[in-house]
Design a protein. Structure first.
Length: 294
């Protein structure tokens, strides 16, 4: 038996679910989990199915047979092997809390991915990465060499077959061109404060303003800085008794957990970009233990 994940998005209309489930039944497949959503504002339909091919039908055969359903409804769809480990490239600068968290989750099997490399514009985490037997790529970035640096990054992406880039506190702004080439395939993490604090030491600024909630947002990267479709968010409550150093420590914990949950949702094909928003289906009850994050 083989297990697969089917994701579908298209214009909402009658008969979509019947066509999908009917096709899978004809192919001798058993559906183990199903989630769907109709966006009444945009008129779009989203669906994620997990199923088992009891006859061991190959991925290629399933894709070929599903083509008629796909064309009929004008779908964007994909069928993926559930055992496939997505190829992920991590990028980091001088703050390593998110990188270390992702490496730990990967090492213990909580984040089933293939880390194809780590890119950094600094050397701080070279030893950590190499000790995990992961290729480390030092690509310095300056105003003068930014285009060349991005070209080198894209070379790494192409040579490794990277399917997802994770900006684990990578503190360089990506060009519009790179954002467009990797649309829907780059996830970033940043702090979320109200009011907004920009520039150096945002946590110190938050402490000085008496902020009571520290948050973090993980989102897909677009040409609009820190304004891409949001995947995951969380907060931690702060009291007057905590120091500026506490703000930093708590903030880093929230950032690490939010980024890990966003990556986890993406690699399990539970995220769909819906204009400026996302549809993120929850992990199924039966797989909660294996998909639980944070």
């Amino acid at each position: 038996m083989k297990s697969y994940v089917l994701t579908v998005s298209c214009k909402s209309t009658r008969g979509i679910v019947a066509a999908i489930t009917g096709y899978l039944a004809e192919e001798g497949c058993y559906i183990t989990d199903s989630s769907q959503f109709d966006d009444m504002e945009t008129g779009l339909f989203f669906m994620r199915l997990t199923f088992i091919s009891q006859e061991g039908t190959s991925l290629e055969t399933l894709e070929k047979g599903f083509e008629a359903v796909k064309v009929r409804f004008g779908m964007e769809s994909a069928i993926r092997d559930s055992e496939h480990r997505m190829k992920v490239l991590l990028m980091v600068s001088r703050f390593g809390h998110c990188l270390n968290d992702l490496l730990y989750r990967w090492k213990i099997g909580a984040l089933p991915i293939e880390i194809v490399g780590v890119v950094s514009n600094h050397f701080e985490y070279q030893k950590v990465v190499v000790n995990h037997d992961i290729p480390f790529h030092h690509i310095p970035v300056t105003k003068a060499n930014k285009a060349q640096a991005e070209a080198r990054i894209m070379d790494v992406v192409e040579q490794t077959g990277t399917e997802l880039i994770v900006l684990a506190r990578y503190m360089q702004i990506l060009s519009d061109s790179m954002c467009q080439k990797m649309s829907g395939k780059i996830i970033n993490i940043h702090h979320s404060f109200l009011p907004s604090f920009k520039g150096a030491n945002p946590y110190k600024q938050a402490y000085e303003r008496g902020v009571k909630l520290i948050g973090a947002t993980a989102h897909y990267v677009t040409a609009d800085l820190d304004e891409g479709p949001i995947i995951e968010q969380d907060i931690a409550r702060i009291t007057h008794a905590q120091s500026a150093e506490d703000y930093v420590s708590i903030g880093r914990d929230v950032e690490s957990q939010v980024l890990a949950r966003a990556v986890h949702a993406h690699i399990h094909n539970r995220t769909f970009i819906n204009g400026n928003r996302t549809v993120v289906f929850p992990a199924s009850p039966g797989s909660y233990a294996s998909e639980r994050m944070g």
